[in-house]
Ligand binder design. Sequence first.
Ligand code: ATP
Ligand code: MG
Length: 389
Amino acid sequence: MFRDLTFRAQWCEAIIKSSEDAIISKTLDGVVSSWNIKAQNLFGYSEEEIVGRPITLLFPERLKNEETQILQKIYRGESISHFDTIRLHKNGTPIDVSVTISPIRNEEGGVIGISTIIRDIAERKRAEREISRLSAERLALLNARTAELHMTEERLEQRTQELRATLRRLASAERKKSEEERKRLSQELHDEIGQMLTALNFNLEIARRKIQSPDSASALEVAIQISEEIVKSVRHIMYQLRPPQLDEFGLISALRWHIDHLKHSSPLHIILHDKLGKKRLSPDLEMTCFRIVQESITNILRHASATQADIHVMLNASLLDLHIRDDGVGFEAPPDSENSFPAGHFGLRGMRERVIAMNGRFSIVSAPGRGCVIEISIPKDVEQGDHLW
Ligand SMILES: Nc1ncnc2c1ncn2[C@@H]1O[C@H](COP(=O)(O)OP(=O)(O)OP(=O)(O)O)[C@@H](O)[C@H]1O
Ligand SMILES: [Mg+2]
């Protein structure tokens, strides 16, 4: 085929022969016209077997239309560089190859044939496949580990929630017990000591009327005063333990009593904005609200340096809203979460727990220099026994 070659043609032939790549030429309609040793080694066909036959012999069935596209490009005078594809060995085995195709031109520049250089890239493809298999394995492993981690996290979260609920229940039960104990003490003070002191006073009064001696009369006078003081103190302790108004007349009455009582000992101006009136709530709800106001006012007196506190009690179809606002120094309010209250301070935490135990909402709106508002909203029809204190 290369008879009468010029030096240049001989040089080309030498390159083609010694090339590590398969070098094939074909006619413009895709028929093989030359075939080097490497092509023979790669595809298993000898030059005699393949020359004159269509190049599509090397194409797997599903890639046969590649040839049409290749020819169209070549007709347009374009080349195709390093195009990864698959060709078939004579025995039908697929081979990964990289193909570079370019037009062969005559001296006038017209396209007279097609040159195809085919490189065996099986090794590279194997490495690529191995890399993607390993990556897929690692990804699958990572996904499995992440899923495991999520599950562990979920289990831990669930356990934490369970423990929190148990803690809430225990704290609630503790509060209920303490409230009952306070009630019992208050009643005992009233029924036992209160009655006895009243009887003592009464008898001292009778004795005073009957005694003639001025010295004895003045001693008795002192005794009567002491006894009256004791009665007042006992009553005060009794009310602090559990204001009887709460059980007898309801929340507003108990709050009024509490506010009146504070008037004598503090310059804080407390205003009760009452939209509840004489309406009664469940005993638990009344007690919760009373204790929250009590602790809020104690906080205002202790920490706020406020001049005024406003207590709003509002009732709508389903909720009891309680807002306690002060115009004091304010503070960096903790975010609403069970663990965000400072250690060793129990007032705000206790308020929140009481409200959450009654399925209510609790929030603190405060910032330094901007006063503080405690906002509470509790379903008013919480079934008795639905919750503990
Ligand atoms: N109305 C308020 N104005 C300004 N700071 C407040 C107010 N209420 C609470 N604080 C701040 O929040 C902190 C926590 O209040 P909390 O009632 O939980 O605990 P405490 O009053 O310090 O102690 P206790 O356990 O006796 O109630 C207070 O120490 C105070 O710094
Ligand atoms: Mg407090």
